[in-house]
Design a protein around this ligand. Structure first.
Ligand code: PLP
Length: 447
């Protein structure tokens, strides 16, 4: 009977919902009734360990009473106010953000999520510099709207071409395990590896014409495309190139912000100060939708006496503001950044054990609680388990298995992503890893 409840819910949603990123008749939605901490439950009472923070966004975990209370209080006091109204909820979030963002970022434009934060960052960069080109990286994702998807350097852009925003030039990401530009990257020290990428990027700037380039736009640590952690010197080098050529540096921290990598923002690991920084997801831990573009005073000052000709009805939803402020309070009060730092070596140790044990595990990497396990056909050839841009059937089977065992995580191409809420403890991490360990037998046996 209980199984019937799950199916009934699926049937009701399937009847009228139009699903994203899916073939409408083939999707198998997961029925979810409630969520608490690092777990969620279906209508049958089955518990799932959330190893993806839903959509890499529930940084403080589910059902946090402090945030729920703040949302309820805000709904009682002032449910909505227009974009040009000065409210307590807006002022409190602005002040709170200034406590945690990289030094120099002091002005914020609010949006609904990540894609529109990125769209607005582009508009601002183009207006401020009077230039139009944007350099962005392959193996990146910046959102699904026409401008943000044009920036995206993975195959999610391609179905919408050529009608996406123009003026984007892509360059290779630092992907040490399979570097497109530096084949011997695994043997190089950070400095040399970073230098080789920066040399290429400088050439690209010259070929494209520095006077036509408004911004270099990148994820500080690449998310879904493989948790690609830049070598030391790389982001600092991009900062230097931007300064030298009069280009703005825009960092997309939609996924990597708010403690995910063990610092407030991923750029903090390298003390790099971007000109603009975009955020969403962990900004509210998804208790309500909100994105933001943070910028330096000099960037915002361009519009001091010129009109910024753009906007959104929900620029300034008080409920989202209240959720964000309470969420940052929780990150601070529960010392979740420090906790994430403490969890990193535990996660990496477990990952390395999986790598030693399973022939299909080629590389493991992670920073904070932002991890990926990359699968290969065999250790000798290190051929990826599946083609670029295609999640092989075996990965989907692996995911079905882990789901049946009560573990929820994402797969992308030949990657297993491990991105749990930052409140996850050692025991819960071990619980998920044990299921992955068992699941990896599936990929070992097809070799
Ligand atoms: C790095 C990055 N930027 C932007 C986005 C787009 O955010 P949204 O889905 O809120 O528009 C995402 C979403 O996954 C992301 O990971």
């Amino acid at each position: 009977m209980a199984q019937g409840k799950n199916q009934a819910m699926i049937d009701r949603c399937m009847a009228h919902n139009f699903w994203t990123w899916s073939r409408q008749k083939e999707i198998q939605p997961i029925p979810v009734e409630r969520a608490q901490g690092v777990f969620f439950w279906d209508f049958d009472g089955k518990r799932y360990l959330d190893f993806n923070s839903m959509v890499m966004c529930s940084n403080i975990g589910h059902g946090n009473q402090q945030v729920i209370d703040a949302i309820c209080k805000q709904a009682q006091e002032l449910t909505f106010a227009g974009p040009h109204m000065a409210t307590e909820a807006r002022a409190r979030l602005l002040e709170k953000l200034c406590e945690v963002v990289p030094q120099g970022i002091s002005r914020f434009l609010f949006t609904m999520g990540g894609a529109d934060a990125n769209e607005n960052a582009i508009k601002i960069a183009r207006a401020v510099t009077g230039k139009h080109k944007i350099l962005a990286r392959y193996r990146s994702y910046h959102g699904a709207s026409h401008g943000a998807v044009a920036l995206s350097g993975d195959l999610r852009r391609v179905p919408w071409e050529p009608n996406v925003m123009g003026g984007v030039v892509h360059f290779p990401a630092t992907y040490r395990y399979r570097d497109d530009l530096v084949p011997d990257a695994m043997q190089l020290a950070d400095e040399e590896y970073a230098a080789r990428h920066l040399e290429y990027l400088e050439k690209l700037i010259q070929y494209e014409g520095a006077d036509s380039i408004a911004a270099i736009f990148l994820e500080a640590v690449t998310g879904t495309n493989g948790i690609l952690i830049p070598p030391d010197g790389y982001l600092q080098g991009i900062r230097a190139l931007c300064d030298h050529y009069g280009i703005l540096m825009i960092v997309d921290e939609v996924m990597s912000g708010f403690g995910r990598t063990g610092t407030w923002f991923a750029v903090d690991h390298w003390q790099v100060k971007p000109d603009l920084i975009t955020m969403a997801k962990g900004l509210t831990s998804a208790y309500a939708p909100l994105g933001a573009v943070g910028m330096r005073e000099e960037v915002a000052a361009y519009f001091d006496r010129r009109k910024f000709d753009s906007g959104l009805t929900y620029n300034g939803h008080p409920i989202s503001f209240a959720a964000a402020t309470a969420n940052i309070d929780v990150l601070q009060e529960q010392k979740l950044i420090r906790h994430t730092q403490a969890m990193q070596p535990i996660l990496l140790k477990a990952f390395n054990r999986l790598k030693e044990k399973h022939p299909a595990v080629g590389d493991v990497r992670g920073i904070g609680l932002f991890g990926a396990i990359e699968l290969i056909k065999d250790k000798k050839s290190e051929t990826p388990l599946g083609e670029y841009g295609k999640t092989p059937t075996i990965m989907n089977e692996l995911q079905k298995f882990t789901l049946s065992k009560g573990l929820f995580h994402y797969v992308h191409d030949n990657l297993i992503l491990v991105i749990p809420p930052l409140i996850v403890n050692e025991e819960e991490l071990a619980m998920g890893i044990t299921i992955l360990d068992e699941a990896l037998k599936t990929t070992d046996t097809v070799l």
